[in-house]
Ligand binder design. Sequence first.
Ligand code: FVH
Length: 291
Amino acid sequence: MKKQEKVTVIGLGQMGRTLASLLLKNGYHVTVWNRTSSKAETLIEEGAILAPDVVTAVKASPVIVVCVLDYPASLAIFNETGVADSLQGRSVVQLTTGDPKEAIESEKWMSEHGAEYIVGAIQVAPEQMAQPDTTIFFSGTEAVYRRLEPTLKIFGGNLKYLGNKISAASAMDLASLSYLYGSLLGFFHAARLCEVEGFDVSLLGEIVKEVNPGFASFIQYESGLIQEGKFDISQSPLAISVDATQRIYNASKEYNINSEVPKLMADFLKRAKDKGLEGKELASLIQVFRG
Ligand code: FVH
């Protein structure tokens, strides 16, 4: 799509407003709709056209970007009278977060109503959009994605197209969030360690930021080993992590702080040791998860 072309944004929460504003800044003709119309005020000042209803919003543009709370909210909007009939021949970009099943069901619904459909999963907060490293996963028919890509690049510089399978972006979003929340549990436990030792927790944040590039490279290396099943050669055998997690757990008990997270870590590593993996690469822990 070229600039000056028309895009409709449905959903003007924090993220939807950001998306619409970015499109306006990049010269697009933007029509918006939101259940609570007052949220369009600043966008109207920026040049957006507020549609009086969803049907008008859909009919205004060949490309419809949707970003609402969840898929049931999206479905409720598209099930409003007359909306489904207006979708024929349009391209819908679903940026609402959902799970793989919801992506599959919604693609079926869109296809039945004649719309092209791709799904995206945004990995950052609204104020982190449109940066070179802003990551968004996409999936759905490749030809549709490639046609819309120049427009989608306005939202972020690191778009990951994950294939034709419509559920792929939502599935990778689950994986990414699982990684994030797992790390965050470790972080909160680490914050408690800092608190009881009298450290400023912000110092922990600073240190995490500094060491993260090294940790990230290590994780990337381990992911390759998991993919290839290469667990034999290791500079840092799994036994080191058995000891480390047990040490964290023991110390947490001595500090008398919540020790559920290190207990879980130590238990997983102990199970790996019991499987005879202590001399292998840490990546071999995947075998405990595989069962
Ligand atoms: N904000 C973030 O950090 C994250 C980053 C990762 C991706 N998410 C996902 O983006 C979707 C929208 O998130 P949001 O931050 O814009 O959310 P809110 O500011 O809470 O706005 C919600 C919008 O949804 C509309 N809405 C809710 N329920 C309904 C409904 N039943 N019918 C019609 N619209 C509905 C709501 O409308 P209103 O309350 O203003 O009338 C807002 O437009 C989300 O999937 C995140 O997971 C953002």
